[in-house]
Design a protein around this ligand. Structure first.
Ligand SMILES: [Zn+2]
Ligand SMILES: [Zn+2]
Ligand SMILES: [Zn+2]
Length: 126
């Protein structure tokens, strides 16, 4: 059997470490984990790896707190942002049929920012 190239070995390592994440993660987090096992690993390799997976649509990117988060879940990423105090809360949407109705292409993943007044601020208003 041919010896695996370093590139292939690094990909295997990255995939292994990626599988350990149960939730959203950043490229840097994946880099930190994988580099403990391969000190020659470069950040650019990690980003290329992630981009590849995004193009294959097995990985999805969301922007959160000025960071790019990744997840293997297509479930989407939703924020509820309070106009009053600026606090951001995450919430889940299970049904996205209403989105699909308005879109002609294939939906892969989605990100939603909903703005309003949070519960705590609502109480202060009365
Ligand atoms: Zn996607
Ligand atoms: Zn978020
Ligand atoms: Zn608020």
């Amino acid at each position: 059997m041919a010896k695996l190239s370093r590139q292939t070995r690094q990909k295997h390592l990255l995939q292994e470490e990626l599988d350990k994440f149960t939730s959203f993660f950043t490229g840097e987090e994946l880099f930190e984990k994988a580099r403990k096992k391969d000190s020659k690993l470069g950040l650019a390799t990690v980003y290329r790896f992630l981009k590849d997976l995004r193009e294959k649509r097995v990985l999805h990117a969301y922007s959160c707190n000025r960071q790019m988060l990744h997840s293997t879940e297509e479930g989407g990423h939703c924020h509820f942002i309070c106009e009053q105090c600026g606090k951001t809360e995450h919430f889940h949407l299970n049904k996205i049929d209403f989105l699909k109705q308005g879109i002609k292409g294939d939906v892969c993943h989605f990100q939603l920012d909903v703005h309003g007044i949070c519960e705590a601020c609502k109480k202060h208003m009365v």
